[in-house]
Design a protein. Structure first.
Length: 466
């Protein structure tokens, strides 16, 4: 019996190790990179953020409209009843009464020649907003890819732990059967049987917990990746894609992290907003043109046409002080954006240092857990053999078995954390992207939509036909 129980324990160790680092399932099983590619395409949070970027693209043609002419047409039609009294001599008056149907059409065009650089600064601010939106999209991309990695590895971990718990229940069942047999032979007491029964019940309880945890992990996997997990292959760390030293990782984190670059564009927009506010103090020069044609204006004027071209200058003298308040407000906003940038850089640096430490710790944990599993396996074999000759009690055997199970779970968890931490570090330094990972999927390019709408003068349909 001891040989069979020992083989079951070894089988549990093998499953726990292979579930993360070896191969599980057939060659057609899903890979981590495949799951990330699917999440990159179908995740609703990511697609929503892409729509936000497309919305920000429209801010550029809106700002550019300040360079373009504004043209409007007018048309009027109606009935007019006129009553006139005209002096034709001393004490003599002539009265007339007539009806007309005046009609007119006209076209007015206005071209701004100078607006205090308001349009130029608004265009630059809109472009900075587009760049900031793209960086925010990178933040969401990294968040989704990291969530997908965590969800994938959670399922792999829970499947491995479930197998460990199942093997544990089988071993405990075999131990209980053997203990009952020895009780009938008078080799052990009723207490030994009760201890074996209690440990088996505890193992079955842990098995149910593992099944519940796996169900929850599958639900999170479905939410992030968009499909049900099926025969997942193990994930591998991506340390080779990250900086080799902590100093290099910190430099990358405070310069290339998309949260930092988005905050930098926020400073640019705030600076331009100050200039936009100051433009309210500058004069405005505009070219105005008007063409109009009227019919049946009066009874004596059946038709009238007019055309004019003029340049108008508007000089603001005082507008109640609101413009000065707006300038001061914009400068305060600029100061806040600079502080936000400093905060974001500090947060990025702290995140890199924290994740770097976690990654190094997981490497050491795996080595320790592997040694723990090997030692626990040897200890369990020895305790079982000693129990057969009366040197150990059933309680000692059960305790050694639980130590082995705990070691297996620790190994599975450490290997899970190792992979996730490597992706987390890649995210902290701003490199967690489909291009860096080489995902087997088409890459979303925000420049395509931007170029389609930037110089569009007319049209209400979006580039995708909506």
């Amino acid at each position: 019996m001891a040989g069979r129980q020992g083989s079951l324990a070894i089988h549990a160790v093998t499953i726990a190790t292979t579930a993360i680092m070896g191969t599980v399932g057939p060659a057609a099983a899903e890979t981590l990179l495949g799951a990330l590619a699917q999440a990159y395409q179908v995740n609703p949070q990511l697609n929503s953020q892409r729509a936000i970027v497309r919305q920000s693209d429209e801010g550029v043609p809106q700002a550019l409209s300040g360079y373009r002419p504004h043209i409007r047409a007018t048309a009027e039609v109606g009935n007019q009843l006129t009553s006139e009294e005209t002096l034709v001599g001393p004490g003599l008056a002539s009265k007339s009464r007539y009806s007309t149907s005046p009609r007119s059409i006209g076209v007015t065009a206005q071209q701004t020649l100078f607006d205090g650089l308001r349009t130029a600064n608004r265009t630059r601010a809109a472009e900075s907003n587009v760049f900031a939106a793209r960086e925010t999209l990178r933040v969401v991309e990294q968040t989704v890819l990291l969530d997908a990695t965590t969800g994938y590895m959670d399922v792999v971990r829970e499947v491995a732990i479930l197998e460990v718990e199942r093997s544990n229940v089988r071993v405990l069942g075999e131990t209980l059967r053997q203990t009952r047999g020895r009780f009938k032979l008078g080799e052990v007491t009723r207490t030994d049987v009760a201890q074996a029964e209690a440990q088996l019940a505890a193992g079955e309880s842990q098995l149910l917990v593992a099944e519940s945890t796996l169900t929850a992990s599958k639900a999170r996997y479905r939410r992030v990746i968009g499909s049900e997990p099926d025969r997942l292959k193990p994930g591998l760390p991506v340390d080779h894609l990250s900086p080799r030293t902590l100093a290099a990782a910190i430099d990358a984190g405070i310069t290339a992290n998309p949260s930092v670059t988005a905050a930098m564009y926020g400073v640019d927009m705030a600076q331009l907003q100050v200039k936009i506010s100051e433009s309210a103090l500058y004069p405005t020069v505009a070219l105005l043109a008007n063409v109009q044609r009227a019919h049946d204006v009066t009874g004596l004027t059946p038709e009238q046409s007019s055309a004019s071209v003029r340049i108008g200058v508007t000089i603001p003298l005082y507008q109640g002080g609101a413009e000065y308040s707006t300038i001061r407000q914009s400068k305060e906003t600029l100061g806040q954006r600079r502080l936000d940038l400093a905060i974001t850089r500090d947060q990025a640096r702290a995140a890199v240092v924290q994740v770097w430490g976690q990654l190094q710790a997981t490497k050491a944990r795996i080595q320790a857990a592997q040694q723990q599993v090997k030692a626990s396996e040897v200890a369990l074999k020895g305790v079982r053999m000693e129990a057969l000759v009366g040197l150990r009690t059933t309680f000692d055997v059960l305790a050694a078995q639980q130590v082995l199970v705990n070691a297996q779970v620790n190994l599975v968890t450490a290997q899970h954390d190792r992979v996730v931490a490597s992706y987390d570090l890649l995210s902290a330094v701003g490199r967690l992207s489909p291009q860096t990972l080489g995902l087997p999927t088409s890459i979303y390019d925000p420049m395509v939509h931007y170029q389609q709408v930037r110089d569009a003068w007319i049209g209400v349909r979006t580039p995708d036909g909506q």
